[in-house]
Each structure stands twice: as structure tokens, then as C-alpha cells.
Design a binder for this molecule. Sequence first.
Ligand code: ZN
Ligand code: ZN
Length: 143
Amino acid sequence: MAHDHSHQSHQKRSALTKGARVVLEALEQTKDLASAQDIYGALRANGDKAPGLTTVYRSLESLVSLGFVQSVDLGDGEKRYEVVTPGEHHHHLICERCNQSNHLDQCLVEELEDGIRSKYGFLIKSHVLEIFGICSTCQSQKD
Ligand SMILES: [Zn+2]
Ligand SMILES: [Zn+2]
């Protein structure tokens, strides 16, 4: 029997609130991971009726729970966000010098999850894995 990891994958964008749609569109235009403040700032820079910071936070939470957005913890107390395909998730390589992040194109721990399931009988619902270090560009620069 296959575990259904993607039970939220049939969510439709059209069902989102207006605020959530605006936040999702802003997030899609940022290349890097963005904090709620970043998104709020970008929306305000676009002018007209930008949602308030509280709405941005609330919209992000609902987008995360619906699976449209992944929250990423870089360990500095401020969550970052990224658009994902509903039901999918990313792992990131985060450079401690330039703060740039790249996501890996595949999950690294699916086999590990299978092993944990069979050894401990544990029903895994999610996992977090971010990798910190120095990117190749920064390694080639002398300081
Ligand atoms: Zn770097
Ligand atoms: Zn994974």
C-alpha cells in the first residue's frame, strides 16, 4: 500500500483568497528565498493596494498548509518562503558567505524514510533538511 504523501496536491489556485493569490504571485517573482518582510516590501514597492504585513503572514501560513509554498528555516529566527509544486518540497544548499541558496532537484531522504518506516514503524509526515556551507563562487574568491 502506497503512502499518500501528496493528499494536498489537488488544491486549486482559484480557491485561494485574494490576499493569498497576491502573495503567491509576488513570491513567484522572487528568485531567492523570501521572508514575509521581503514579500511585504516587494508588494509595497509595486504600489497600489498592497496587503498589510499581517495579511502577508496569514496568507503565507495558509499557502504553506495548502502546499503551494514551503517554509524554510535557515536557523536565524526568520522563516523564508518559496513556491513549490503542491505536494512537493525542496532541500537547499545555503551559502554562509553570500547567503545565496539553491535548491536540490530531488529529495535525498526518501530511502532513509523507507528504512525508518520499516525499522521503527513510524508514520513519517514530513522532514526538514537544509545544508549549510560555502558555495563554489565564494570558495574561489580570496578574502
Ligand atoms: Zn556564496
Ligand atoms: Zn525531502
